[in-house]
Design a binder for this molecule. Sequence first.
Ligand SMILES: [Zn+2]
Ligand SMILES: [Zn+2]
Length: 443
Amino acid sequence: MKIFEYSPAELTGKSFDCGCGYIHESSIKSISICDGAIKKLPEAIRSSGAFSAFVVADKDTFAAAGETAVSLLQNNGIECRICIIKADKGFDRPEPTEKALGNIVMSYDKDCGAVVGIGGGVINDLCKLLSDRARVPYVYVPTCPSMDGYTSDSASVIYNGVKTSLKCKCPDYLLCDTDIISKAPKKLLLAGIGDMCAKTVSICEWRISNLITGEHYCDDVAEIMRRCCKAAVKYAEAAVHGDKNAVSEIVKGLCMVGMAMTYAKSSRPASGVEHYYSHLWDMRCLEEGRQCELHGIQVGVGTLLTLKKYEKLKKAAPDKERALLHINAFDKQAWEKGVREYFGSSAESIIALEEKEEKYDRQKCAERLDIIVDKWDEILKIIDEELIPYEQLYTLFKKIGHPTAPAEIGESDESAAKAFSHTSDIRDKYILSRLLFDTGISL
Ligand SMILES: [Zn+2]
Ligand SMILES: [Zn+2]
């Protein structure tokens, strides 16, 4: 059986010696996706060898599942220390910053034998980091289907003002209670659907990068994502109308995406330029002290913007002479000035990153350009094979009430264009904006 044919629960404890050269494995011990999965919490704590738990939630997720979790644990003789994380003043939700993690660490009782995270992506990311650094088992009870980091071994956090993916452990036990998750606000479900539909772009860019930069690529892992993306499209409407089976299919997809990131040893299968819109909007919001939109919703809008750009790209073609002129015209000082204007307090870490990564190095750009010109037809073929047509996704988003334009999420067309122009600055991942830089094509 191929890796993409397993359900998330069947994948635990298995390892796959893959033709791509990697051994695909995850350290998750067990995944339960069913009604009433939270009842397995005491058993999970016991199996982890712990007798006490540090329970992390926010006020909403504590009401949704935290109270039940604590009484289940206490009724089974497991002591609990509760940590309710709060949003910063003027914000609706906590953000995954040094401050939030610091608060949890300062409330942490090192006598607790395990961490229990109850909530969405931010709580999971913070708890993954805490349990990794404290070297204790981690049990995660998601309360909503809003993002795909349930099972991944990295945490998406804002570190020194830059949205970063930090390596850590994945949960040891994952208890997805579909009774609880299906009661989450509809917007959180829309976010999960947005995050899964994004994979159409992530996989396309992964293949393009493999072609141009030789980045490691695994088609079996990519196939996991294609299936997740198809499932999101197929079940989206029923799920938003409250069909529990459809919600459960979305949850399974979200679990698979996290596994795929662990298997690929990077976030590559799950995130391309569409995710960078989200990262940049998050960073700008933090800089400006305003609440950002949910990650999955930003990513959904970013996916539509990206699909439109790829449709335009298909009508363009690289011209070597023009491209070399563009590459050679790169002015590092002007770039640094632009970075300082856009990124504010986090600019220096972005500039330091470029010193290390040399994304705009003339020689390297010119070498890639040769490959791009040579393989342009293959690049177009990948785009055709992988991307959902813009119209199809736009129609689906309209039908389910997922935002389709920056204006619907507190951003402007100008802020989207600005964000896109800086997507190539924040991480060393080969994405559409890098391809446009190397070819001098503007869309
Ligand atoms: Zn593989
Ligand atoms: Zn995402």
